[in-house]
Ligand binder design. Structure first.
Ligand code: C2E
Ligand code: MG
Ligand code: MG
Length: 565
């Protein structure tokens, strides 16, 4: 019998010692009755450091000697534990030790007093859980807060504003042309760029501000200023812009990106997270529509403008079939002979309610809705058929949107327009902008090559806006460079603009391109353009864009600039 009990106890001991959990049993006087090997190990003790009958205080003091305790004051830790266990109760808690380990303790009071405690090292499990919890609220790539976290933080900001009074701002930031970096330089570079952007955002805001990544290349900042919220937000927006737009060096490449910012101030621009974000988004939409590197604050008019855009967008689907589009033409005048050498085709939309809508209003919409391909094809066809009726040698120029390059149909459409109209390819000029070239994918270069092979001319439009990179001029054989109206306007007041134009003209001449100055409105401007050596001009001084039926090829208004026979 005795032997049997000893065997059972031996088995019990072995079982206890092999358990993955630490187990300790204390009596009602806080003296230890039993502890297994794992318990000792967990707290940095040797198996014989713990003997039956030792007080909990003694054991805790031994742990302190080994450095396994919590907090900075060991005596306080020991006393705290001893006091807490005067009335043991059914409970569990989790302790995080200085060495990084996390131990979960479950305690069970025993019938005659005292307690049994089970200790489990949950460090690994807890790390995984912590990581999962972290990932639910953060963006894995940049480590910034994610959209869910942003929403929580916005609600907290509202609560704080309500408690303490005052306002806060939300800024939405969107990188311009990030997609191009991603497509042309590869996703790994795109990822590194986003991480670098995140680091700069973090470094620019104050520690109390929240920075989140809420989309591929969209970020948000919650800012709480001490005084004048709008002025502070405006200041921050410009500081962020400066930080983000400075060049990056990634994998040995120099990269630049632009950024647009939309801002809203709470509670004035929205009393809850959802309307506030929606209004900041409207401001961002306006900022992007205004061009690169813009900051816009929400105002209620934006909502009206967006609704108008939406209704235009819907109407546009029927406009082509309803024959509401027209092509107007603006004369291109050769500087030396003052003769009309060409016409630029400019799309117009005769909207049944809004009247004549200018392309600045609808081209972007058409690009967004995908209608640009059918609209562009229609303009090309129309312009070629019209030009085929003009006096011999007068060229027609048609604007192309970057989207048309991507469609894969552009070359066929140009070929078909030439064939059906009978227009000589040499009389057609296609105008592209730098945004097409920015996406200098092999595909775009191949399409440009095929177009040139058809015999049509290629013009670089709006030169002097955007990037104006001279590297394009090296790689692509343009026939014409069109100098943007902005330069022409500045020429009269800014001596350097005139010099830049003269430089572009000289460069173009050596590369065999002709130059056209856009938007010439005054005789003085014409005189400066002529002096700079431009080949041709376009502008209200000679003619506004007109419907096909009203075109004149001779007697244009050339008053004030003298005529040559
Ligand atoms: P763009 O190709 O640079 O065309 C020149 C713009 O300047 C035209 O505006 C023209 O009316 C305007 N302009 C010409 N002379 C003067 C002047 O002396 N003073 C001033 N202030 N403006 C002048 P428009 O017709 O409103 O076209 C705007 C832009 O829309 C065009 O700029 C072009 O980029 C785009 N666009 C027009 N038609 C089409 C099209 O069929 N397809 C595509 N993809 N884009 C088009
Ligand atoms: Mg143009
Ligand atoms: Mg232009």
């Amino acid at each position: 019998m005795q032997k049997n009990i000893e065997e059972v106890l031996a088995t019990f001991d072995a079982t206890l010692d092999n358990m993955p959990q630490g187990v300790a049993l204390y009596d009602k006087n806080q003296s230890i009755l039993l502890a297994n090997r794992r318990y000792a190990e967990m707290y940095g003790l040797a198996a014989d450091d713990i003997r039956p009958g030792m007080s909990m205080k003694e054991i805790l003091q031994k742990r302190v000697e080994k450095g396994v305790y919590i907090g900075t004051d060991p005596a306080r830790y020991v006393d705290g534990r001893v006091n807490a266990m005067e009335h043991p109760s059914n409970e569990h808690d989790v302790e995080r030790f200085a060495d990084g380990r996390i131990i979960k303790k479950t305690r069970k009071p025993m019938p005659g007093g005292g307690w049994l405690s089970v200790h489990e090292d949950i460090t690994d499990r807890q790390r995984v859980e912590d990581r999962i919890a972290w990932m639910a609220h953060h963006d894995g790539l940049t480590g910034l807060a994610n959209r869910a976290m942003l929403q929580t933080k916005i609600e907290e900001a509202f609560a704080q504003a309500k408690r303490e009074g005052g306002e806060f701002s939300i800024l939405l930031l969107d990188l311009d042309d990030f997609k191009i970096v991603n497509d042309t330089m590869g996703h790994p570079v795109g990822d590194k760029l986003l991480q670098a952007v995140a680091a700069r955002l973090r470094a620019t805001v104050r520690a109390v501000d929240v920075v989140a990544r809420i989309g591929g290349d969209e970020f948000a900042v919650i800012q709480r200023a001490d005084a004048d919220q709008k002025a502070s937000a405006d200041g921050l927006a410009h500081r962020l812009m400066e930080a983000i737009c400075a060049p990056y060096e990634i994998d040995g490449c120099r990269i630049e990106v632009g950024m647009s910012v939309g801002a809203a101030v709470a509670p004035g621009d929205g009393e809850h997270g959802e309307p506030l974000l929606k209004n900041a988004d409207l401001a961002l939409y306006q900022a992007k529509a205004s061009g690169r590197r813009c900051v816009r604050f929400f105002n209620p008019q934006m909502d009206v403008a967006l609704r108008a855009d939406r209704s235009l967008e819907t109407d546009m689907r029927f406009a082509l079939a309803n024959h509401e589009f027209e092509v107007h033409y603006q004369a291109v005048i050769e500087v030396n002979s003052r003769r009309t050498i060409g016409m630029e085709a400019l799309a117009r939309w005769r909207h049944p309610v809004f009247g004549l809508v200018a392309p600045d209003r609808f081209i972007k919409l058409a690009e967004r809705t995908g209608l640009i391909n059918s609209l562009g094809a229609w303009v090309l066809r129309e312009a070629c058929h019209e030009a085929a009726k003009w006096p011999p040698g007068v060229k027609v120029a048609v604007n192309l949107s970057p989207a048309q390059f991507k469609s894969g149909e552009l070359v066929d459409i140009v070929r078909a327009s030439l064939a059906s109209s009978g227009l000589q390819p040499g009389l057609l000029t296609l105008e592209i902008t730098e945004s097409t070239l920015l996406e200098r994918t092999d595909e775009n270069l191949r399409v440009l090559g095929e177009l040139k092979a058809l015999g049509v001319a290629i013009a670089l439009d709006d030169f002097g806006t955007g990037y104006s990179s001279l590297s394009y001029l090296k790689t692509i054989e343009f026939d014409v460079i069109k100098i943007d109206r902005g330069f022409v306007v500045e020429m009269e007041t800014n001596h350097r603009s005139a010099q830049i134009i003269a430089g572009i003209v000289a460069l173009s001449r050596s590369l065999n391109f002709t130059t056209v100055a856009e938007g010439v409105e005054t005789p003085a401007q014409f005189e400066l353009i002529r002096a700079a050596g431009c080949t041709a001009v376009q502008g209200y001084l000679f003619s506004r864009p007109k419907p096909a039926g009203e075109l004149e090829f001779e007697n244009l208004n050339v008053t004030g600039i003298g005529r040559v026979a």
